[in-house]
Design a protein around this ligand. Sequence first.
Ligand code: PHE
Length: 454
Amino acid sequence: MSERGQFTTRIGAIAATVGSAVGLGNIWRFPYETGQHGGAAFIAIYLLCVIIMGVPVIVAEFIVGRKTHKNVCGALRELAPGKKLHWFSGICIAASIMIISFYSVVCGWIVEYLTKAISGGLSSGSTEDYSTMFGAFVTNPYRSVLWTVLFLLANYLVLKRGLKKGIERVANVMMPMLFILLIVFCVNSLMQPGAGEGIKFLFSPDFSAITPRVAIGAMGQAFFSLSLGLSCLLTYSSYFKDSDSLVKNATTVAILDTLVAVLAGIMIFPVVFSYGMTPEQGPKLIFEVLPAIFQQMPGGYVLAVLFFFLLFMASITSTISMSEISIAYFSEELKMSRNQASMLNTGIAIVLGSLCALSFGVLSGFTIFGMTLFDLFDYVSSNLLLPFGGIFFSVFVGWILDRSVVEDELSNHGKLKVRVVKPLIFCLRYVAPVSIVIVFLYGLGIVDKVLQLM
Ligand code: PHE
């Protein structure tokens, strides 16, 4: 176990785990989902989901990882000997590779926009100009593949340096920087004329905008944003120290992740309203609308550079954590060196990521079940595999794992007083699996059918 390594400090462990959770899900997806789904009412439901299923499932993954100090496959084998549950690690690895493949395409766009911002290429033009620019870029077969590959190589350079010198060090530097930048952007946003309009949108709930579909969307968002269900948190917690409090670490991660999402909303909506744009722009918001707004602001050049740099930091700390799932598996189960494991992970991601990047151009006609490869990977992983993983972990820890193991891990073998054991187990046994089954059925389109009948 000692050669496997542990995070050096508790701060390092938290920084890395928050780095995994904070990503495009918070800064890109959360604001536009909120914009499209009625603002504050969506946020209220999102918070409820984080509390009743997010935190319990994080704790469940932490228990399995920290108890065994092993990768997902080894951990399940050790905790449920003879039950043959380690097939589930195949699902985790497949899901993590699918996510990294489509996610790194968007990361590639971010790096392209970062270089554009640095070279002054984002300093003039209207939203229409930026729409044309974005359309031309994503359909260009060379540029989007090139940036996806370069991003994955940067990801590799961190991974091959290992846990302490790579993952922990990058998180320790990038996470504080990310928070500082976010706050600078929030202050700037709140100083815009008419900023109050955006704040009102964000914080005064319109409960009439809530439909079952919106509620279920909020659950899915909570899952993706907290990196739940594919053993990412399990893998990181296998590097936690035995003295860390799992409940404290889980709540810290959930609070910081949610805080970043809300701050991202404060950074974006007042600006959007102040410049006369509408909040329902959807996924294109950060590539088409914000660049057009930045260049009308004083200091727009610097703002654009810092904005895309912030997105870069948020995304690379997430892709590192997705890769670590298979790297831990390759090195511990298949006995590869860290470098070999990182190369294998990067190689697979480069092939599949490039195909996903081409989904917007030359491969846009290549569809499976009516979806391009990019959409298919997104759909299968976010809507099906992650919720499935959430059910697996809550049932495994709530029903299969010995209650004494759960209590021992939560209390660090009796050293900590943990008052929430009972409610946690209740959520793991009943609340989380039932709510996740609903998300799952929604992912399969079954809820939609039922709603149509009603
Ligand atoms: N939580 C990350 C985000 O919000 C995405 C992610 C999903 C990371 C699954 C790791 C595992 O962007």
